[in-house]
Design a protein around this ligand. Sequence first.
Ligand code: FAD
Length: 273
Amino acid sequence: MMAEKGPKAKALAGGTDILVQLRGRRFFIDRLVDVKGVPEMNELSCSAEEGLTLGAAVPCYRIYEDDTIQSLYSGLVDAAFLIGGIQIQGRASVGGNLCNASPSGDTIPILIALGASCVIEGPKGSRTLPVEDFCTGPGQNVLQDGELLVALKFPPPAANSGAHYLRFIPRNEMDIAVAGAGASVVLEDDKETIKSARISLAAVGPTPIFAEEASELLAGRAASEGSFEAAAEAAKAAARPISDMRGTAKQRIHLSGVLTKRALREAVARAQG
Ligand SMILES: Cc1cc2nc3c(=O)[nH]c(=O)nc-3n(C[C@H](O)[C@H](O)[C@H](O)COP(=O)(O)OP(=O)(O)OC[C@H]3O[C@@H](n4cnc5c(N)ncnc54)[C@H](O)[C@@H]3O)c2cc1C
């Protein structure tokens, strides 16, 4: 159905982005394909051994109401719980948040931090790619005509690992991030040394940013304020924000550092149990 209409077809998951955009006449299409009834897109399976398979159309509330996901992927729960309010969370999917490819999409940094990958199906077959390679520009992604994101796959959580996502908005809820940061860490058995880390930023570039240098410099360092500070400086250097009505580029760079530090502190606290 998607392939028949090429660029004039779009998927409908929760509709919380696309219905607003269509009503606002941001673009015109001939066909909306409701994917919520596709079984693979509603799959939600999670275990410590197999990791997490999150169907692309699974709404946010199913994520944060799942006890196993809460204990194994609490960083993802942070983001799912932030999207809009309770009504939006009843429909909005993580898959839709990613495919919408907004630089400020709240779930995308934690998907990157957790090392999730995209399972994509289309007329030419299936392919898998890391989430950090999915968004190509504001509102743009790698999907070709007829292709659908079917699921997101998360590796099983490593021993002594933790993750956290947080954002800055000028009011308590229902707003778009001025900046956001997601971090995941794996600690050594001593629980005081960082084995590896992944840091990702929202709303400070044309796409969500995987801050690779900030992530890599943490390997082998103490899980301490000094290390978090060093990573925060590297994250600030990776940010490429614009100034707009929500905030200036200068404020966003500052926030990238502050939020990176806070995300790392909480990720480490979770990893330490
Ligand atoms: C009041 C309100 C508050 C909001 N608050 C937030 C917030 O705090 N943080 C935030 O990040 N966002 C927020 N949003 C935006 C939106 O809710 C999220 O981006 C949401 O996760 C989108 O998911 P959806 O399932 O509704 O996507 P849809 O609107 O159904 O789809 C979004 C886009 O992705 C495409 N798409 C969807 N699924 C697939 C698929 N499987 N394969 C290929 N393409 C697909 C659609 O064609 C469309 O282009 C808010 C929206 C509203 C209306």
